[in-house]
Design a protein around this ligand. Structure first.
Ligand SMILES: Nc1ncnc2c1ncn2[C@@H]1O[C@H](COP(=O)(O)OP(=O)(O)OP(=O)(O)O)[C@@H](O)[C@H]1O
Ligand SMILES: [Mg+2]
Length: 299
């Protein structure tokens, strides 16, 4: 996977320095008897990359869903640049909050470029159906939109694949395309739900660079990831969710050194937890994967 990341000037949705971009207060989400998210406060300021970590089932994706209008929180309030966010997801996107999904949600039978153009529908007069149906005159009217979509594809390194069907892209490139589609709505805040899941170490490092470049364009980022190296390299601040509650929040060193965080991840063995032998096998495989390309370069 090649990435040609050139930092652009400020993105159209860029936030002013010193601004509180996201202000979530007392967010609670209950499903019947289960409280998936309990009384969570989280702020993201302009220029920041904030991480959200926690064991499986901690409520991270549910929290994202509460921020983006997919769920209406049982309690609490979510503000974007001081204004309470609407409770429908397309209005949240229009307000300036874009996201990617843990399970990739691309239009598999549309091209790379078309997927990004769909992401622009909140920023164009023509709207979603016009983008999908591509009626007469659409191309001409959407020239500016297409230029911007191509700019974004260049930014993430997929311009050469503009006419490929999304479903034919390797997995790592599908994840990048989702990011380009999210950027197409010109957000001031980007939420990434496990952007490196399924990626190899090289792709993960390229994604790190991509997120830094997005931040440098003036877009604040909130990112969920299980890859701790990725999170601690990238984030200015990290919040830890455990069983729906925010356990700790701080810079990387603070979070890494907090015994409660270590206990939350390692303390209590869970059902089907991998044994030492399986952990060693996975680590050996990872080490091998990291070593392989270096050998190639040495030749
Ligand atoms: N729509 C729903 N209805 C009922 N329960 C739900 C719903 N969505 C999530 N949950 C539950 O809420 C809890 C939190 O799930 P969530 O997907 O937010 O966790 P997560 O932290 O994103 O986990 P992972 O790291 O595995 O992605 C889980 O117990 C899950 O089963
Ligand atoms: Mg999740």
């Amino acid at each position: 996977m090649t990435t040609d990341i050139t930092t652009k000037g400020a993105a159209p949705g860029a936030t002013a320095p010193g601004e509180t971009v996201l202000d979530a207060r007392g967010v609670t989400m209950r499903f019947g008897g289960l409280t998936a998210v309990r009384n969570v406060d989280l702020q993201v300021n302009s220029g920041e990359i904030v991480g959200l970590i926690g064991p499986n089932g901690a409520g991270k994706t549910t929290f994202f869903n509460c921020l983006t209008g997919l769920y209406i929180p049982t309690e609490g309030e979510v503000r974007y640049k001081g204004t309470v966010l609407p409770s429908q997801s397309f209005k949240v996107t229009a307000a300036g909050v874009a996201r990617t999904f843990q399970n990739i949600r691309l239009f598999a039978n549309m091209t790379v470029l078309e997927n990004v153009l769909v992401g622009r529908h909140t920023r164009t007069k023509e709207g979603l159906w016009s983008a999908l149906l591509r009626g007469p005159g659409f191309k001409k009217a959407e020239k500016a939109s297409e230029d911007r979509a191509m700019e974004l594809l260049e930014f993430i390194g997929l311009a050469a694949k503009r006419d490929h069907l999304a479903r034919n892209l390797p997995y790592g490139e599908q994840r990048k395309l989702e990011i380009a589609r999210a950027l197409a709505s010109e957000p001031g805040l980007l939420l990434l739900d496990e952007p490196t899941a399924g990626m190899n170490p090289q792709e993960t490092r390229a994604t790190e660079e991509l997120v830094f470049a997005i931040r440098d364009m003036g877009i604040a980022v909130l990112v969920i990831e299980h890859d701790m190296r990725f999170i601690f390299n990238l984030c200015d601040r990290v919040a830890v969710l455990v069983q729906g509650e925010k356990l700790v929040e701080g810079d990387s060193a603070t979070v890494q050194g907090d015994e409660r965080v270590i206990a939350a991840y390692l303390g209590e063995p869970f059902e089907d937890a991998p044994g030492q032998e399986e952990i060693a096998e996975v680590e050996a495989a990872e080490a091998q994967a990291e070593a392989a390309p270096r050998k190639e370069n040495d030749r």
